[in-house]
Design a protein around this ligand. Structure first.
Ligand code: NAD
Length: 261
C-alpha cells in the first residue's frame, strides 16, 4: 500500500486507458499524482474520479509534443509539490491512417513522431532536471512490443516511434545511471483500451489478432499499471535501460498453442 509513499509522480496521457489506471495505482500506493493530458474535458473528470477514491491528484493540461507545454507540465509538478520522483511518459497515439510504408501520409508520420517520440524526449528533457533537484527518480517510457518485433499489419510511423522510444530510453539510462535516475521502457502487447478499440471493433479482425496471443486474450490496463508500479518503485532499484515486456507471451511464441486456434 505504500510503495510510493512520499513520492511525486507525473503520468502523461493519464485521462484514460493505461495512464489513468497507473495514476490510480500510484495514488493508492501513496504517491501524489499529476495527471497530464491534452484532453481538457476528460482530464479534470479523471482527476475528480481519483479524488473521489481518496487520491492526492491534480490535473495539468499539456500536449506532450510541444516543448513549452512539456516544460509547463513539469513546472506544475514542481510548483505544486516541490519535487518530481516518478515520470511515466505514457501519452501516445495510433492514428487510423498510419499503415504501410508506401501509404502512410507524411503528415501522419510527423504527428505520430511528435507525440510518441518527441513527446517522450521532451518529458525527459524537462523532467530530468526536476528529478535531479529532487534527489533522483524513475522514468518509465511507453514503448510497445512493436519495438521488438514486426507486425503483419503495418503501422509504420507507430512502430518506428516505439523503436525510437526504446533506444532513447537505453541512452538516457546510461547517461544518468550514476546520477540517481533510472529509465526503463515498458513494452505492452495489445491492451484493452480506447487506443485499440477501433482497431479491434470488427469481430474477424479481433479473432485474427487473438490467434497470435498465447494467452488468448487482451491485457488489461491494470496489468500494465502493476508493471509500471514495479518500475516506478524501489522494487526495481537495480533495473535501468531495460525493456519490460508485458504481452501475454506474444514475443515468446513462434507458433501459438494448437488448441487455441
Ligand atoms: N493499448 C495498447 O494495446 C498498447 C500497447 C502497447 C503500447 N501502448 C502504449 O501505451 C500508451 C497508452 O496507451 P493507451 O492504450 O492507454 O491509450 P489511450 O488512447 O487509451 O490513452 C492515451 C491518452 O493519451 C492522451 N494523449 C494523446 N495525445 C496526447 C498528447 N499529445 N499530449 C498529452 N496527452 C495525449 C489521450 O488524450 C489519452 O488520454 C501509449 O503510448 C501507447 O502507444 C498501448
Amino acid at each position: 500500500m505504500d510503495r510510493l509513499a512520499g513520492k511525486v509522480a507525473l503520468v502523461t496521457g493519464a485521462a484514460g486507458g493505461i495512464g489513468f489506471e497507473t495514476a490510480r495505482l500510484f495514488a493508492a500506493e501513496g504517491a501524489r499524482v499529476i495527471v497530464a493530458d491534452a484532453d481538457t474535458t476528460k482530464g479534470p473528470l479523471s482527476v475528480e474520479a481519483l479524488r473521489a477514491e481518496g487520491a492526492d491528484a491534480a490535473f495539468v493540461a499539456a500536449d506532450v509534443s510541444d516543448d513549452e507545454q512539456a516544460r509547463a507540465m513539469v513546472d506544475f509538478a514542481m510548483s505544486t509539490h516541490g519535487a518530481l520522483h516518478v515520470l511515466f511518459n505514457n501519452a501516445g497515439i495510433m492514428p487510423a491512417d498510419d499503415g504501410g510504408t508506401l501509404e502512410t501520409p507524411v503528415s501522419t508520420w510527423d504527428r505520430v513522431m511528435g507525440v510518441n517520440l518527441r513527446g517522450v524526449w521532451l518529458g525527459c528533457r524537462h523532467g530530468i532536471p526536476a528529478m535531479l533537484e529532487s534527489g533522483g527518480g524513475s522514468i518509465i517510457n511507453a514503448a510497445s512490443i512493436v519495438a521488438l518485433m514486426g507486425a503483419a499489419t503495418a503501422q509504420i510511423a507507430y512502430t518506428a516511434s516505439k523503436g525510437g522510444v526504446l533506444s532513447m530510453t537505453r541512452e538516457i539510462a546510461v547517461e544518468y545511471a550514476r546520477r540517481g535516475i533510472r529509465a526503463n521502457a515498458l513494452c505492452p502487447g495489445p491492451i484493452d483500451t480506447p487506443l485499440l478499440a477501433e482497431l479491434l471493433s470488427e469481430p474477424a479482425q479481433r479473432a485474427r489478432r487473438f490467434v497470435h496471443i498465447p494467452m488468448g486474450r487482451l491485457g488489461q490496463a491494470t496489468e500494465i499499471a502493476k508493471a509500471a508500479l514495479f518500475l516506478a518503485s524501489d522494487d526495481s532499484s537495480f533495473m535501468t535501460g531495460s525493456a519490460m515486456v508485458v504481452d501475454g507471451g506474444i514475443t515468446a511464441a513462434y507458433v501459438t498453442p494448437e488448441d487455441e486456434r
